[in-house]
Design a protein. Structure first.
Length: 289
C-alpha cells in the first residue's frame, strides 16, 4: 500500500511547498522511491517548481490539471482524464526523474474555489471525495504520495486528507506559525469521523527556516518538545530545515544542467542539502514501506 502524506499548515509561507518538493526529490533520487506529488494549492507553486511554467500552461490549456477535475464536478462536464494528467517525468534534475510524478494544479483553481460547495448539489459524491474517486486506482503505483496543500483546511485540503494516512506540519519555530497547530489537530480529528477508510494521523511537526541564533526559535522548539512529552504532539522532527537563501533558488525550475541534489540545494554555510538529506532519512524511519 502506498503511503499518502498531506503537508499542511493554516499559516501561509512556512515552507510547505519547499519541503514537499525537496522531500519528493530526495526520496526519488537518494532512496529510489516511486513518488507522486499532488499539488492541491491554487497557487500552483509545487507544479511550477517541478515542471516549469511553459509545461504548466500547456497542460492547463488541455484540462490536465486538478482545476479541470473539480470544475467537471461543479459544471457536470467530462474534460479531466487522470491518465493524461499525471506528469510522468517531473523535476529539473537530470532533465526529469522517471520515478517522480506530478498531478498539477492550476491558477484557474482560484476562480472556482467559491463554487466548490456546489459539488454537493450537482454530483452524487461528497465534495471531499472528488480527488479520491479520480486517483484511488493510481495510488498503489507509488511508494509515497506527497500532497502540497493550500494554507487552509477548506474543501480542497479535505480532499487531500481524505486520501492520506499521514499529515505533516511544517512550521517556522515562532509564535504566529505554531499558533494554529492545536486547531489543525482538532480539525483533522473531526474530519476523521467523516473519513471512510482509516484515520489520517499526525506524522509530526518539522521546523522550517530555523535560525539557531534566534532565541525565539529555540524557545518555541522547547515548547513544542514539551507538547510532545505531554502527549499533545506525536513528534517534533529532529531535523530542522535551516533558513537558507538557496531554498528559493531550489524551487526555480528554469535552471538547466542540474544533475545532483547537492548542486541543486547547495551545501555551503547553511547546509541545506545535508538537512534535506537528513529529513528524508528521518521521514523514512517513521513511514516504513
Ligand atoms: N528553508 C528556507 N530558507 C529560506 N527561505 C525559504 C525556506 N523555505 C522556504 N523559503 C522561502 O519562503 C517562501 C515560502 O516558502 P514556501 O512557498 O515553501 O511556503 P508555503 O508554506 O508553501 O507557502 P504557501 O502557504 O503560500 O503555500 C518562499 O519564498 C520560499 O522560497
Ligand atoms: Mg505552498
Amino acid at each position: 500500500m502506498s503511503n499518502v502524506i498531506s503537508i499542511i499548515n493554516l499559516k501561509g509561507g512556512v515552507g510547505k511547498t519547499t519541503i514537499t518538493v525537496a522531500l519528493a526529490e530526495f526520496l526519488a533520487v537518494e532512496h529510489q522511491k516511486r513518488v507522486l506529488v499532488i499539488d492541491l494549492d491554487p497557487q500552483t507553486n509545487s507544479t511550477v517548481a517541478l515542471i516549469g511554467e511553459e509545461e504548466w500552461e500547456l497542460r492547463n490549456q488541455n484540462s490536465q490539471t486538478l482545476h479541470a477535475l473539480f470544475k467537471d464536478h461543479i459544471d457536470d462536464t467530462y474534460t479531466f482524464e487522470i491518465d493524461k494528467s499525471i506528469v510522468r517525468k517531473a523535476s529539473n534534475l537530470r532533465g526529469g526523474l522517471d520515478n517522480l510524478h506530478l498531478l498539477p494544479s492550476s491558477l484557474d483553481f482560484v476562480k472556482i474555489q467559491d463554487r466548490l460547495i456546489n459539488i454537493w448539489q450537482t454530483a452524487l459524491i461528497r465534495p471531499f471525495d472528488v480527488l479520491k474517486n479520480a486517483v484511488q486506482n493510481h495510488l498503489d503505483n507509488y511508494d509515497f504520495v506527497l500532497i502540497d496543500c493550500p494554507p487552509n483546511l477548506g474543501i480542497v485540503t479535505q480532499n487531500g486528507l481524505n486520501i492520506s494516512n499521514w499529515y505533516l506540519i511544517p512550521t517556522i519555530p515562532d509564535h504566529l506559525s505554531t499558533y494554529g497547530i492545536p486547531q489543525i489537530i482538532s480539525s483533522v480529528k473531526n474530519f476523521n469521523r467523516k473519513k471512510a477508510d482509516g484515520e489520517v494521523k499526525l506524522l509530526g511537526v518539522v521546523a522550517s527556516m530555523y535560525r539557531s541564533t534566534v532565541n525565539r526559535h529555540n524557545a518555541t522548539l522547547r515548547q513544542l518538545e514539551l507538547q510532545v512529552q505531554q502527549g499533545q504532539l506525536t513528534r517534533l522532527f529532529e531535523t530542522k530545515v535551516p533558513l537558507a537563501s538557496r531554498a528559493a533558488d531550489a524551487t526555480y525550475y528554469e535552471v538547466d544542467g542540474i544533475n545532483t541534489l547537492k548542486q541543486k540545494y547547495g551545501n555551503a554555510g547553511d547546509h541545506l542539502y545535508a538537512s534535506f538529506q537528513s529529513l528524508a532519512e528521518e521521514f523514512l524511519t517513521y513511514v516504513k514501506i
